[in-house]
Ligand binder design. Sequence first.
Ligand code: ADP
Length: 398
Amino acid sequence: MNILVINAGSSSIKYQLIDMDTELPLASGLVERIGLEEGVVKYKTFVNGEKKELKETFPIPNHTVGLKRVAELLTDEKVGVVSDPSEIQAVGHRLVHGGEAFTKTVEITEAVKAKVKELFPLAPLHNPANLIGVEVAETVFPNAKQVGVFDTAFHQTIPEKAFRYAIPVEFYKEMGIRKYGFHGTSHKFVSEKAAEYLGNKDAKIITIHLGNGASMAAVNGGVCVDTTMGMGPLCGLIMGTRSGDIDPAIIFFLAEQKGYSVNEISNLLNKESGMKGLTGQTDMRDVEKLLDEGDENAILACDMYAYRIKQFIGSYAAIMNGVDAIVFTAGIGENKTSIRKLVCEDMAYLGIEWDEVKDKNRTDGVHEINTDNAKTKVLIIPTNEELEIARQTLEVVK
Ligand code: ADP
């Protein structure tokens, strides 16, 4: 079966067509700058080990035009990978916020769409765009089943003492203000891989997803018991442009002292903070260049970045009463040695001992980077959110 995975944003659609017999991608790409003067469609195929790549630039006024072009490319005589859109039997959608309504992956019905709409206030930037993706896919691939995979679902097992905030009860009961957590698909994927690698389904695992957005999860026996993001994706770890945890008093201080509006403060904390605010650079590769030049802001920013991760490792080891493995994943987690080193330094008390040589000799797949005698495994596990979405979609439609 071929499954198309779609991650629709407000001005972009990421897509990947996966052959579920081999679990390998047939094609993938991105539609971006939707609604702007010049849109872009990027398309890559991998059939028979042969890579073909193309990029088109033309006005893409809306998501429908973008996805229609993707469907044409997928079925194109020269670069296509299927002969007819009906060979795509299911579409798996990344849906960011499932609130408390969705604890698992579901086939998308009218009722599901209505519920996702109801949740717009909780994810105003993501859910509306995700829903557009669903509605467009329904028209472009009318024969395919549409399935929703929620970023929040894996975290729905977090106990109430961990997901509630200490504010008056009615704000939870009436408005759903609580911790939800995100990146659930990635935390699920890598924690399952880690448990499999350890040969222990009861393992206590701390997953550390470090991409542009970053979050951690405490997974005890396959069940998520806590995570660092909250009602939205702003809190917890320091990220590319998001501050992560700050004292909420800072918000009032900025409003009072600078006269900032809610929008200005939101913009500051979501888009101008994190590594960007500390170093001027969002991308870790650029921060790395600053480090090479001995830039003091970059050195401090990386120390802060790793310190925050350490704090949560300690916290999660405490709440699970132990830790069998910590897992680094996503762009920075998989690629940035110096961050892994900083995080693992002086953690022998928790059985965490990083091995530089093993870290250098990277292999594909699950890669162990702890010393031979360390009590706790330190693993690098590449995440694959598209494959996880496709697998869950298959479970629902088969
Ligand atoms: P997202 O899916 O959240 O956009 P990714 O998982 O792709 O994020 O991670 C993006 C981050 O990973 C960027 O900050 C980028 O600099 C970093 N990254 C990717 N490759 C490397 C690398 N080889 N070395 C250091 N950082 C890297």
